[in-house]
Design a protein around this ligand. Structure first.
Ligand SMILES: Nc1ncnc2c1ncn2[C@@H]1O[C@H](COP(=O)(O)OP(=O)(O)O)[C@@H](O)[C@H]1O
Ligand SMILES: [Mg+2]
Length: 249
């Protein structure tokens, strides 16, 4: 597990250094990760020494029953939380070396998040929701409008651009969320039970869309799901059980 990935980022906490590192090695490397909540007798050991890699361009599914540590693991890989022990690199960049601003840039520019509850802004239209990450990056408005139109068309919602989330079905809302996650051309998609609120048929369609965008956009995806029929679309499946990882595919 030792190589030179990330060496060139020494002292480089900027988005530029992160982007350069994204060209090499596995997209995600997790080594001996530990995360507990609380202390003493009340402590919950959510992750007890988890190690794995997500190769560039793959869709990796993370399964495990409720409470097995999936969300904890995704939050750590996405830089939303810090581990008690162990190491996480995304695109060769050690997350522990990034300061607040570095982590913010990583989350904004290099990672796309998709949540079970969609997380769309109710008062914004589908198109405006998709454009939010590009506004945060202060992208050129013309570039933003073009990209938003392309993404809405890619997820099959070109005719729904002006509708608000409340006027869309659950499956359509999750398609908007997928388009939004892709807005800044992230290297890594992180999805936490993206089909958890959808019926089986709609859920499968959303997973097939994710499968397709991983190929067409060249992104890497780490997707937590405990829906057995969806696991077949993954390049590999990791299973968490009580904070331990069991790789079986
Ligand atoms: N903020 C928290 N405070 C205390 N315990 C937590 C917190 N978040 C998660 N846990 C506990 O950590 C374990 C793993 O939870 P989680 O990562 O949410 O699992 P999953 O996503 O697989 O359902 C569970 O026992 C859960 O109750
Ligand atoms: Mg969870």
């Amino acid at each position: 597990m030792s190589d030179n990935i990330g060496r060139t980022s020494t002292g480089g906490q900027s988005g530029v250094a992160v982007a350069e590192d994204l060209a090499r090695g596995p997209m995600v490397r997790v080594e001996d990760l530990h995360r507990s909540y609380g202390t003493g007798a009340a402590a919950v050991h959510a992750l007890r020494g988890v190690s794995f890699e997500v190769p560039r361009g793959e869709l990796v599914a993370l399964k495990g029953r409720s409470g097995s540590g999936k969300t904890t693991l995704l939050n750590l890989v996405g830089g939303l939380d810090s581990p008690d022990g162990g190491r996480i690199t995304v695109g060769g960049t050690d997350l522990a070396e990034l300061g607040e601003n570095g982590l913010l840039e990583l989350r904004r520019d290099r990672i796309g998040f998709i949540f079970q509850s969609f997380g769309l802004i109710p008062i914004l239209t589908a198109a405006e929701n998709v454009g939010v990450p590009m506004r945060l990056r202060k992208a050129d408005p013309r570039e933003r409008e073009d990209r938003v139109a392309l993404l809405l068309s890619m997820v099959g919602l070109a005719d729904h651009a002006a509708q608000r989330p409340g006027e869309l079905s659950g499956g359509q809302q999750q398609r908007v969320a997928i388009a939004r996650a892709l807005a800044n051309r992230p290297a890594l998609l992180i999805a936490d039970e993206p089909t958890g609120q959808l019926d089986a048929e709609t859920g499968l369609a959303v997973m097939e869309l994710l499968r397709a965008v991983v190929r067409s956009e060249g992104v890497t995806a780490l997707v937590a799901t405990h829906d057995a029929q969806l696991l077949g679309l993954a390049d590999r499946v990791l299973e968490l059980s009580d904070g331990h990882l069991v790789e079986y595919e």
